[in-house]
Design a binder for this molecule. Structure first.
Ligand code: WQD
Length: 338
């Protein structure tokens, strides 16, 4: 299929582009490079062994979006573009409503006008907020507690209404849990723009001695070791799910939401221990106050994705941490040789 991928040079977008190209799809990627670099195109093509078209385009520019979709004859859209940090969304909610919600509405309306019937949407487990029942299923109440989570939940509602009004339309909203790791080639991975918000990039910068120690936000949660539990999933497993979701979107109609997780919960200290083993280095850390908004425990029931897509996450936590570390080390080598 001819697929439009928004946010294609981002963390999940770039890994999904590799899998799409490997499957033989033709790709037009767009990005505004606000949190990634155009150089990632070269890495995607090097890993995939095939070229694709990359356009510098801001989805908030409705005219540019309209021209692209009018000229593109796309079969499908995979929509990644957006901001993804819970804490940042509390501080800058209007940036999140503009970039995540308004831009998605504009894209969906243009897709309907140009009869692009299949959409895979990058959603998030943050739509569930702080669930009381675990594991989290797709029936767990939608109750976001941050502007970021609300933009994802609202965009899902917009896409649901689009499907209700457009008989030929199909949308799969993929609710990611905690993506970590990097491509085994060590050529693609997460490159934080600024101090890392998320756990793994921060740990890796401590391992590289870029930062002195890790602050662990809370050690008194009701978990096996007092630290928060999350469902960490390898970014390549996540990318594979998008290719399968695209195939399903092409064969079905209507709106479906799927949890993408491993079904396994790991605490912050579990992850820290796995990273010390993967890097062969001690990770200095201290337990500090809880971070507002953090749920004590969050992990998925991924059975519906397995039933509908025939997909299951394969990588375990040690493999995720090792791939993440290998990419981080490669980053320095690239920087030195650049
Ligand atoms: C994980 C755990 C922190 C940093 C993320 C994304 C969100 C969504 C889900 C996709 C928490 C603790 C962290 C640090 C720490 N993904 N932590 N010290 O908050 O679960 O949400 O995944 O949509 O977009 O934000 O991930 O990596 O920030 O935190 O102790 O320096 O690690 O308290 O318990 P989170 P995270």
């Amino acid at each position: 299929m001819k697929v439009l991928v928004t946010g294609v040079t981002g963390y999940i977008g770039s890994h999904t582009a590799v899998e799409l190209l490997a499957e033989g799809h033709d790709l037009i990627g767009i990005d505004d490079f606000s949190t990634s670099s155009p150089k990632v195109k070269h890495d995607i093509e090097r890993v995939a062994g095939r070229p694709f078209t990359l356009l510098d385009l801001d989805l908030r520019n409705r005219c540019e979006v309209e021209c692209l979709l009018a000229s593109g004859e796309f079969d499908a859209i995979i929509h990644f573009a957006g901001r993804k940090f819970v804490g940042e969304s509390v501080a800058e909610p209007m940036q999140y409503y503009e970039r995540n919600l308004a831009a998605s509405v504009s894209l969906a309306a243009a897709a309907q006008r140009h009869e692009i019937s299949h959409v895979v949407f990058s959603s998030s487990c943050t739509v569930y907020g702080q669930p009381t029942q675990l594991p989290v299923t797709e029936e767990t109440p939608i109750a976001p507690v941050s502007p970021y989570g609300r933009t994802k939940a609202m965009t899902e509602t917009v896409l649901q209404d689009l499907c209700d009004a457009t008989p030929s339309a199909s949308v799969l909203a993929l609710r990611y849990f905690n993506p970590i790791g990097a491509h085994p080639s060590a050529l693609l991975g997460e490159v934080p723009s600024g101090p890392p918000n998320n756990l793994l990039p921060y740990i890796m910068q401590v391992a590289k001695r870029v930062r002195p120690f890790l602050n662990i936000y809370g050690g008194d949660y009701d978990t096996h070791d007092g630290t928060c539990i999350r469902d960490y999933i390898h970014v390549v497993d996540l990318a594979r799910a998008h290719v399968l979701a695209l195939d399903r979107a092409a064969e079905t109609t209507g709106f479906e939401a799927l949890n993408l997780g491993t079904g396994i919960g790991s605490s912050v200290l579990d992850v820290l221990e796995a990273c010390e083993k993967a890097t062969g280095r001690a990770i200095p850390h201290q337990i500090v106050d809880r971070r507002p908004g953090d749920a004590a425990s969050m992990f998925a029931d991924p059975s519906r994705a397995q039933q509908l897509l025939g997909w299951k996450a394969e990588a375990n936590l040690p493999e995720m941490c090792l791939d993440h570390w290998n990419f981080e080390r490669n980053l320095d080598v690239d920087a030195l040789s650049a």
